[in-house]
Design a protein around this ligand. Structure first.
Ligand code: PMP
Length: 286
């Protein structure tokens, strides 16, 4: 049985509890992070901690937990759960006031709720899907306008994944005003020749921690990176495509809305970037 963390305590997963009045539960008033674990170490912990702080501050959510303490909790969960490969999920909500009310509670009397748990995923870095690539469909992006904040409002991304499943695909890319924003839980890229094209950072997309690392590695490997909008039609004509996230690293995309890219196999750029990303992440993990 897993040991999870709730507000200062390490507990068996069946004994960990959060109030029915918790604003995360009632109003999706919470933020989260997912940090991958490779060889028992945390990948890009600093990046996730910095983004968490920004998400909290954009939502005016006070949560006095230091980066050092957060790192300790992450490491303790890895240790207690004997985690080698997998993820640490963290969620912070605006806490549990005495009653349901739209107005934010006073953080002095209603402390934030902090929950962390581990997800063991043996073989995550050697996923068979990375060898075959995944299929995506396109769907309308009807999410709210602050996707740069990593909130727990994940209903539409969940629906998107179900639409993909129903269509016989693995995931969905969302489209707004004719241009791809991102995947349901990942950033989206196309490749043309030696050039990697991905949407520029704004409030329209989540500022992926994996995205930042992968673009840095790509530039270091002399690949050209162009941050601009692209359409689904342009993507269908691309040589390659891929997604990035903490849980998939770099994952080739081989089909978009039923159209195979190139010869329908992962190609050169995405697998190479995946290899570099995994190597460098293992080296830098803490
Ligand atoms: N976009 C969205 C909508 C996401 O949910 C995620 C992953 N949570 C990402 C992008 C990728 O972010 P990261 O690389 O930090 O996991």
């Amino acid at each position: 049985m897993r040991t999870v963390y709730v507000n200062g305590d390490y507990l068996p997963e069946t004994e960990a509890k959060v109030s029915v009045f918790d604003r995360g539960f009632l109003m999706a008033d919470g933020v989260y992070e997912v940090t991958s674990v490779l060889g028992g170490k945390l990948v890009d912990f600093d990046g996730h901690a910095v983004r968490l702080e920004r998400s909290l501050s954009e939502l005016d959510m006070a949560c006095p937990i230091s980066k050092e303490d957060l790192l300790d909790v992450h490491r303790e969960l890895v240790r207690l759960n004997d985690l080698d490969e997998g993820l640490i999920y963290l969620q912070i909500t605006r806490g549990a006031p005495k009653d349901r009310d739209f107005a934010f509670p006073d953080p002095k009397t209603t402390p934030c709720t902090v929950v962390l748990f581990s997800q063991s995923k043996p073989g995550l870095s050697d996923s068979p899907a990375a060898k075959t690539g995944i299929k995506v469909i396109s769907i309308d992006d009807i999410r709210w306008g602050r996707r740069d904040i990593k909130t727990v409002q994940l209903l539409y991304p969940s629906m998107g994944k179900m639409m993909a499943k129903k269509a016989g695909a693995d995931d969905a890319w969302m489209v707004q005003d004719g241009f791809v924003t991102e995947g349901t839980s990942n950033n989206a890229y196309i490749v043309k020749g030696n050039k990697i094209i991905t949407r520029v950072l704004s409030t329209d997309i989540l500022h992926g921690i994996t995205r930042a690392a992968v673009l840095r590695f790509a530039r270091e490997a002399q690949m050209e990176v162009e941050e601009r909008n692209f359409t689904i039609d342009e993507a269908k004509e691309a040589d390659e495509a891929f997604i990035t996230s903490a849980s998939t690293f770099v994952m080739p995309v081989v089909e978009i809305d039923g159209v195979a890219l190139g010869d329908g196999t992962p190609g050169r750029v995405a697998p190479r970037l995946r290899e570099i990303y995994l190597d460098e992440s293992r080296k830098a993990a803490v």
